[in-house]
Ligand binder design. Structure first.
Ligand SMILES: [Zn+2]
Length: 259
């Protein structure tokens, strides 16, 4: 899946995978791109090679960290090529966001319900990816990514194009009081993203929470693309951690600046 706005500005090497294709079996059946979820390593390696080949990217030219639902955002360069792509041992640890302004280094992050955030500044030529589940969203990883793009590369927020990718939607994402409370404490807009249910729990809208966060950073509404694909609604198309009960594969978000 791709972002039309990115394609229009020439960022052709980017996308979000589905579970279609690939060689994984059982609960992981399809194109599982997650190295940390119990699937056979060889299957994931083959799946990652297949997915990267869609972008003419060799595994040695991509980087994929071990994600932990926090907000560490690493700047990577071509020197990081290959880290964490075919084996966990070489992965950057405890990293949930990647930024680069270099060509030919592919960014790869994995998801199964959490929200993928894509960033592309076509003026300063900077790309970034972030992993925003409820913890990352509440801890403002999207806003932190924008701030880092501004500080390191002089990106102007009004120039940044962003996309909020397929993830668990407000139709399926039930959270408890503790999570709701964190959003209330963190965001003035929390009433817009939490809907009380009659069982004492809430529906949480991570798409809107991230969109509002990016708007408050100065991104313009017309520069933010929101996918309305819920990973729990479309289980034939996506892996869903919630809908599967926990043992399942991962999709991946990919971005690379090409010459
Ligand atoms: Zn849904």
């Amino acid at each position: 899946m791709q972002v039309p706005q990115f394609l229009q500005t020439g960022l052709t090497a980017h996308g979000f995978s589905t579970r279609l294709g690939g060689v994984s079996q059982g609960e992981f059946a399809g194109l599982n791109l997650g190295l940390y979820n119990g699937d056979e390593e060889q299957a994931v390696q083959e799946n990652r090679r297949q997915f990267l080949s869609c972008f003419s990217c060799q595994p040695s030219s991509a980087v994929s960290p071990q994600q932990v639902h926090q907000t560490e955002i690493s700047v990577v360069t071509q020197a990081d090529g290959g880290k964490g792509v075919l084996s966990a041992e070489t992965a950057l640890k405890n990293v949930d966001g990647l930024i680069t302004n270099e060509k030919n280094i592919g960014l790869l992050l994995c998801f199964a319900d959490c929200t993928p955030l894509f960033f592309w500044d076509p003026v300063e030529k900077v790309i970034a990816l972030a992993h925003a589940g409820w913890k990352g969203t509440a801890a403002a990883i999207g806003a932190k990514t924008v701030t880092k793009m501004q500080r390191l590369y002089h990106s102007q927020p009004e120039n940044i194009l962003a996309a909020i990718g397929p993830s668990i939607g407000p139709c399926h994402y039930e959270v408890d009081h503790t999570v709701a409370e964190q959003f209330r404490r963190s965001f003035a807009f929390s009433d817009d993203v939490l809907t009380a249910k009659n069982n004492g729990k809430y529906w949480l809208d991570l798409w809107q929470a991230n969109r509002q966060q990016l708007l408050s950073c100065g991104l313009t509404a017309e520069h933010i693309t929101v996918s309305d694909y819920c990973t729990a609604c479309y289980q034939e198309l996506f892996y869903s951690y919630r809908a599967s009960g926990g043992k399942t594969g991962r999709m991946a978000a990919f971005m690379m600046i090409t010459p």
